[in-house]
Design a protein around this ligand. Sequence first.
Ligand code: ADP
Ligand code: MG
Length: 265
Amino acid sequence: MVRLIDPMDTHFQISGSGGILSQGEKLPRIDGIIPRIGVQSAGYVLSLIKQMETKGIVCLNTSQSMATARNKLHTLQYLDHAKIPIPRTTYGSFTVPSASLLASVGGAPVIIKTLDGSQGVGVMLAQTPSQAESIMDVLKQSHIEFILQEYVAESKGQDVRCFVIGDRVVAAMSRQGNDGEFRSNLHRGGTASGHLLSDTDREMAIRATKTVGLAVAGVDMIPSDTGMKVIEVNCSPGLEGIENTLNIDIAIQIIDHLESLIRAR
Ligand code: ADP
Ligand code: MG
């Protein structure tokens, strides 16, 4: 039996039976889950997934890998360690002067990103040093962490989303931002079409997924003069846009993968 549970309806006992309740009602035995986290409430949902892991429930993506993927900085740290190409990126304490941070990433134009944004929100392009510094200053004052990243101008508002399940890329689409928009996210009005991946890029998407520890992921990469660079690994990638663009059923492949993991257990 398959059940859709809104994690925000749940609570659980850590001691005692460790049972999980949804809307006050104890859930029956669970073999496995396909966890999805949205923009809000990630903290609670990650704790719920951890609880399920400790009770032997097969979690398609683990709480630890999802916590890493939700943080763009941590993701890039893992990717770079695995020698996966990423744009030049800098991170620093709020006390480091904005001008020093900017200099260390090569100056403006520059991309400034909050660590846990999604759907293009929190990704800003500053054209001049003064724009960059004023954005950084307001983020610092509001205690919002950010990374500075080299602006890969030659990507021209295009990126490639690879949908990875296990050790396969099951779908890839190329997305193009609206006129004058450097962000290619479909939620920002971007348009999508099928994309034929090179063997190198396919292998890179799979390796990026494994490096972060995920089983199901949406890997975003942008074209640069020196080849594709990975910018993020999404732990709850949207299905609608890519399924409609490519006219394929990805959901069933995710379910099949979970079932194979449960059988192997
Ligand atoms: P989000 O989680 O909001 O999707 P991304 O890091 O994927 O954040 O960035 C959103 C979009 O902004 C990307 O798909 C890409 O089109 C553009 N973008 C992000 N980083 C860069 C960069 N360093 N250079 C050029 N464009 C970028
Ligand atoms: Mg993205």
